[in-house]
Design a protein around this ligand. Structure first.
Ligand SMILES: [Fe+2]
Length: 416
């Protein structure tokens, strides 16, 4: 069943409105501390801003790996007190935000420092938003620009290169009662200070590096091909993509390569700034569905979904895909846009193979596809600026391409 004409027009009007907003809204810019050891500089930076007693938000694994240690030592050396909340789970839920908020209040904190990946940073954003809006539950902040009062000030030290959460206006949580993701997005959620310290990323295992890097790549690509692009977002997306193309294979092969880690962290930050202006696309909606149903890591699910989403979208964004191919010098200068667009998609597939990312999702069950498709369309319409709309049938067909070969044969047999 195709999308009714009226709904189609409504989605397009919504996309245009968001594009207009992205051009005129005053996006705040975080102060960036960049380079090896920059996480230590955070203490003096925060003290000079008058932050008194921050809540350090992180998780148990990172504490065991002692990644917050340089910051903790620097806070001690600067004579700055802080409280610790290290219970952020792998996928932060509304419950874990409330637990962190309790800690923030009971410890008399006035600000927050997140040290971790996207989950930790999102949880810290949730705590900051709740602390600034005590009567407003996160469920009532869901959507765009619904964080009423300023959150408590937040600083971030990312320990992975992928989510770009340290640069974005968004935070995503699981709602344990509804088995779904809940996203809040507001300019006020952009952190005040960010330290990009490659030393904290040297020990990441290759699979985590690959998934994070492909998440950042998906942010850049979906931002670039979406209808909501601005000159700024397109510049940032291209900058991110060029860095990823050169440095992700290095960071994957040699995790201790400091230069590769720094370049990937900068790429993730650029991609985060790009998608904050435009939002993402269907690959993300599918990744959220696969994450909710099967626990497939976000970056991995994005990487698997992206080539299929781009092949679907191609008729409506050939020029954009060709521009991305040209930015990476993937073809000859005299090649046609359709050929360049195909080269770009093939390049992503080859990069996936190079990073050991499977082409299909082994845990995907054909019986779940209708429900996942419904959640994809519900998430993406009307807020994602996708160049070509999916309806229920085309979304199911697209998801079936992610089934492993054995499951496709099984599904075909069932239908006969
Ligand atoms: Fe993402």
């Amino acid at each position: 069943m195709s999308i009714p004409r009226l709904q189609h027009l409504w989605i397009q009007a919504h996309q245009r409105l968001l594009q207009g907003l992205a051009l005129v809204l005053p996006f705040p810019r975080s102060k960036l501390l960049v380079g090896a050891g920059s996480s230590r500089q955070m203490a003096n930076e925060l003290r000079s801003r008058g932050w008194r007693h921050p809540l350090l938000v992180t998780d148990r694994t990172l504490m065991q790996l002692e990644l917050p240690r340089p910051l903790q030592d620097a806070l001690d050396a600067a004579g700055m007190s802080y409280a610790l909340y290290d219970r952020v789970p792998e996928n932060p839920s509304l419950t874990s935000v409330e637990a962190g908020l309790q800690h923030f209040r009971s410890q008399g904190c006035d600000s927050l420092i997140a040290v971790g990946g996207g989950s930790v940073i999102d949880c810290a954003k949730g705590i900051a938003a709740r602390a600034g809006n005590p009567w407003l539950p996160l469920s009532r902040m869901e959507g765009l620009f619904r964080v009423l009062l300023p959150p408590r000030p937040l600083a971030c030290i990312p320990t992975t290169a992928g989510s770009g959460s340290e640069a974005s206006i968004a935070a995503v949580f699981t709602d344990p009662h509804a088995n779904r993701k809940l996203a809040i997005a507001d300019l006020k959620l952009i952190p005040r200070v960010v330290a990009i310290d490659p030393l904290l990323m040297l020990g990441l295992p290759p699979a985590v590096t690959a998934a994070g890097g492909m998440d950042a790549l998906t942010h850049a690509v979906e931002s670039y091909i979406g209808r909501g692009g601005t000159p700024f977002s397109r510049r940032k997306a291209i900058a991110a993509l060029r860095r990823i193309a050169v440095w992700l294979p290095h960071a994957y092969r040699r995790g201790d390569d400091q230069a590769a880690r720094l370049q990937m962290a900068l790429a993730a930050n650029d991609a985060g700034q790009a998608f904050s202006r435009t939002n993402v696309g269907y690959a993300h909606a599918i990744a959220h569905g696969l994450g909710c149903h099967y626990g497939i890591p976000h970056g991995l699910a994005n990487a698997m979904a992206l080539p299929f989403v781009l092949r679907w979208s191609k008729p409506a964004c050939i020029e954009q895909l060709a521009s991305l191919a040209r930015a990476l010098e993937l073809g000859g200068t005299d090649e046609t846009a359709p050929l360049l667009a195909e080269r770009f998609i093939a390049w992503i597939e080859a990069l996936n193979r190079q990073l050991g990312i499977p082409a299909t999702a082994a845990s995907l069950r054909s019986g779940d596809i209708p429900a996942i498709s419904r959640s994809v369309l519900q998430e993406a319409h009307p807020g994602y600026p996708v160049p070509r709309l999916l309806d229920q049938a085309s979304c199911e067909a697209l998801l079936r391409r992610l089934l492993p070969a054995a499951a496709i044969i099984e599904a075909a047999t069932d239908q006969h």
